[in-house]
Design a protein around this ligand. Structure first.
Ligand code: ATP
Length: 326
């Protein structure tokens, strides 16, 4: 994670209501901080039966991919969230937004009031199984920490992330990691470079609904304890896409396909176009295609774009860095 904060003085400080009596903007009023944060794909998602508290133990191998949101934090009166991007109308702008919740949690711990405007430039599909909301939570945390000059230790930032949601700690650290527990206990794993195409679906899928469908499909079955696949971890470390392709597995895929049967055609179109492997990303409905190189990525994306089976495609590589101050 980069630790360099960029200070962007406001272009016209005289328009700033927090200007101090000397005619110069106060230090904090002149700052804004932007953090870039990646989406994730799960290359292995092994899911246990529901625990008594309703959560599921997971063995979850996360890869951060080069598809990013950017969150800019600027001083404001109270907490305000704005969003731009193709899915902006699906993003809640109230206190349920994970970016706002991150700012409020950090401020409460620091004894501050959460006076910040968080602007989200959203490129990660919303409710797409790529942890977009979690990414914005992690980004807002890093941005507010820098804006407020808190220098919160990484361990404490990770605690706040785990409080906000199972996928948020990984958005903070990025790279490649094995997540256990609810997915929030992270162990970094070595990973070479891989190339991906993502097919963005029309409309999202609710993660809790996909887990409920998983529970329904698993009823009466004895599920093994989730464990990271040694073959998958070795392939990841090798950087060999032909070795990685047959190891990819997502236990939530049957549930996502049951709720959204037409995703099967998207998966088939991607492999038909030359992808080495295809799987639903997390809880879906975004589908992920492992390809050999950037040229193959462009070919698979072109076929999927022309197929009319998805709303859009994105080409990306992994691993990508976690939340980074720009
Ligand atoms: P995951 O992969 O972690 O299960 P997801 O990628 O499927 O999540 P998100 O994009 O995180 O889904 O959105 C899930 C829901 O979270 C949205 O429908 C929205 O109501 C809510 N949400 C809260 N904050 C945000 C945010 N900053 N960006 C997008 N959605 C948010």
């Amino acid at each position: 994670m980069s630790e360099h904060a960029t200070e962007n003085p406001t272009e016209n400080p005289t328009e700033n209501p927090t200007e101090n009596p000397t005619g110069r903007a106060t230090d904090s009023a002149a700052r804004s901080v932007t953090v870039r944060v990646p989406a994730k794909v799960n290359v292995q998602l092994a899911v246990a039966a529901a625990r008594p508290d309703g959560f599921h133990d997971l063995a979850n191998v996360f890869l951060a991919v080069s598809l990013y949101d950017e969150v800019t934090a600027t001083p404001a009166a109270g907490t305000k969230v704005t969003c731009e991007g193709p899915d902006a109308d699906q993003v809640p702008l109230d206190r349920t937004n994970l970016a706002a919740r991150a700012a409020e949690t950090l401020a409460r711990r620091a004894g501050l009031s959460p006076d910040v405007h968080l602007h989200i430039a959203k490129n990660i599909p919303v409710a797409g199984g790529m942890a977009g909301g979690s990414a914005d939570g992690a980004a807002a945390l890093v941005a507010c920490d820098a804006l407020w000059g808190l220098n919160t230790p990484m361990t404490e930032l990770l605690d706040i992330c785990a409080e906000l949601g199972s996928d948020v700690p990984f958005s903070l650290v990025g790279g490649a990691a094995l997540g256990t527990g609810r997915g929030e206990i992270l162990t970094p794993v070595p990973a070479g470079t891989f190339h991906w195409v993502f097919a963005v679906a029309d409309g999202g899928l609710s993660t809790p609904a996909v887990f409920r469908e998983f529970d329904r499909l698993a009823a009466g079955r004895d599920l093994p304890a989730p464990q990271a696949s040694p073959a998958l971890l070795a392939a990841l470390a090798s950087g060999d896409p032909d070795a990685l392709a047959p190891t990819l597995v997502n236990d939530l895929q049957p549930a996502a396909l049951s709720l959204r049967p037409r995703l099967a055609a998207v998966l088939a179109a991607g492999t038909g176009a030359g992808a080495l492997a295809a799987l639903v990303s997390g809880s879906g409905p975004t589908t992920a295609f492992l390809v050999r190189d950037p040229e193959a990525a462009a070919e698979v994306a072109a076929v999927l774009d022309a197929s009319g089976l998805c709303r859009a495609t994105r080409v990306a590589s992994s691993p990508a860095p976690g939340a980074t101050l720009l």
